[in-house]
Design a protein around this ligand. Structure first.
Ligand code: SF4
Length: 64
């Protein structure tokens, strides 16, 4: 499972950073989130999927 944040769509809501801080962070100085890793380890996949579901801007892209 792989993940990426579409920073054009990201709107600083921050659910992803709260739900899965192991993967999602805000860029310093800009409140756009990014994924610190592309390949999601198996023990984080459920949290990462939940973050994607809860992102109100559909900015979290998951693919396999
Ligand atoms: S939940 Fe979505 S809109 Fe909010 S910071 Fe994360 S990626 Fe951006």
């Amino acid at each position: 499972m792989k993940v990426e944040v579409d920073e054009v769509k990201c709107g600083t809501i921050g659910f992803c950073v709260k739900i899965c801080p192991e993967i999602f962070r805000f860029h310093p100085g800009s409140k756009k989130a990014y994924a610190m890793m592309t390949e999601v380890p198996s023990h984080l996949q459920a949290k990462c999927s939940e973050a994607a579901r809860r992102c109100p801007n559909n900015a979290i892209i998951i693919w396999y």
